[in-house]
Ligand binder design. Structure first.
Ligand code: HC3
Length: 257
C-alpha cells in the first residue's frame, strides 16, 4: 500500500447497541503496514498479540481466504463472579477493504463456556483509516448480539466491554512495539535495493574521485600543464628564439624552486 496519504474518514456508521471501546488509537505507521500486522499473511504478529493478552492454547491463526478466517484460544477471566476462563471461538471478516479510505474488519466471538454462552455472540469492529502524518487511526466498536433472553445480560455486556478495553490496550502497545523494532519491508527487496543503490553510489563516488584527481587544479595539475607546454616548445627548440629565451628563464625559475 501507499506510504503516504492524507487523513481519511473512519467509515464508522453507528448501529443500535454499539459501545465504543477506543476511538483515539493512533499508530505511527501507514495503513497498509498496520493492516498487514493485524490481518496480513504473516500471522505470527497476531499470535504474538494474542499471547500478550494472556490468552493460551492459541490455535493456528490462518491467513484470510475469501476475506475470512477463524481461530480460537482460551482467555482467562478475572471477574469476581463467573468462570475463571473461557474458550473464545473467533471468526474475522474483512468487510471493507479500501487502502485509500478505510478498512473494516469484524470479529465475531462465541464463548460457549460462560453462563448464557449459547445465547449471544460478541461483535467487535475494527476501523482502520489514515491519520495525520501518514499514520493509522484505529476505532474499535463492540456490540453484543443476543439470540435469546438471559438474566445476566448486564453482567455479560459489562464484562465484555471491560475485557475488550484491556485487550485493546495490549494490542496497541504490541503494535507500537512491532513497528518500532521490526523492519516490516520485504527483506530481500530491501537488501537488493540497498546494495544496488550502494554499489551505484560507490561507482558514482569512484567516478567522482577519479574525476577529482583529473580536474582539481592542484600543484600537480599546474606542473602537468607546464610540462605539456614546455614539451610543446622543446619540440621545435631554438635558444635564440623568444620561446627559447622564455624556456631558459622558466627553467632557471624551476631550478630555483
Ligand atoms: C470473553 C469476553 C467476550 C469476548 C471478548 C473478546 C474475545 C472479543 C474479541 C476481542 O478481539 C478480544 C476479546 C476480549 C475480551 C473478551 C471478553 C472478556 C469477557 C467476555 C465474557 C463473555 C464476559 C463473561 C461475563 C461473566 C459475568 C459471565 O463472567
Amino acid at each position: 500500500g501507499p506510504t503516504e496519504h492524507p487523513p481519511t474518514e473512519s467509515g464508522y456508521k453507528k448501529d443500535n447497541g454499539d459501545t465504543i471501546i477506543d476511538q483515539d488509537i493512533n499508530i505511527p505507521a501507514p495503513l497498509g503496514t498496520v493492516f498487514q500486522i493485524l490481518f496480513g499473511d504473516d500471522t505470527s504478529y497476531m499470535k504474538r498479540i494474542a499471547e500478550k493478552q494472556k490468552n493460551f492454547d492459541i490455535s493456528n491463526i490462518p491467513k484470510f481466504t475469501n476475506n475470512s478466517r477463524e481461530y480460537q484460544y482460551i482467555k482467562p477471566l478475572f471477574g469476581a463472579v463467573g468462570p475463571k476462563q473461557t474458550k473464545c471461538l473467533i471468526e474475522e471478516k474483512i468487510e471493507h477493504n479500501d487502502i485509500n479510505s478505510y478498512i473494516m474488519v469484524r470479529q465475531i466471538t462465541k464463548t460457549p463456556d460462560v453462563p448464557s454462552g449459547s445465547s449471544f455472540s460478541v461483535h467487535t469492529r475494527l476501523y482502520l483509516s489514515w491519520g495525520t502524518n501518514n499514520s493509522t487511526d484505529i476505532l474499535v466498536v463492540t456490540n453484543v448480539n443476543w439470540t435469546s433472553k438471559s438474566w445476566i445480560k448486564g453482567a455479560i455486556e459489562r464484562g465484555s466491554i471491560e475485557g475488550q478495553k484491556s485487550s485493546i490496550k495490549v494490542m496497541v502497545d504490541e503494535l507500537n512495539e512491532i513497528i518500532s523494532t521490526t523492519d516490516l519491508t520485504k527483506k530481500k527487496a530491501v537488501v537488493r535495493r540497498k546494495s544496488k543503490s550502494r554499489s551505484k553510489k560507490s561507482r558514482i563516488n569512484k567516478k567522482k574521485d577519479s574525476e577529482a584527481v583529473e580536474a582539481t587544479p592542484g600543484s600537480s595539475g599546474i606542473l602537468n600543464r607546464l610540462v605539456e607546454t614546455l614539451s610543446g616548445i622543446i619540440g621545435n627548440f631554438d635558444i635564440t628564439s623568444p620561446q627559447g629565451i622564455g624556456l631558459a628563464v622558466v627553467s632557471i625559475i624551476l631550478a630555483i624552486i
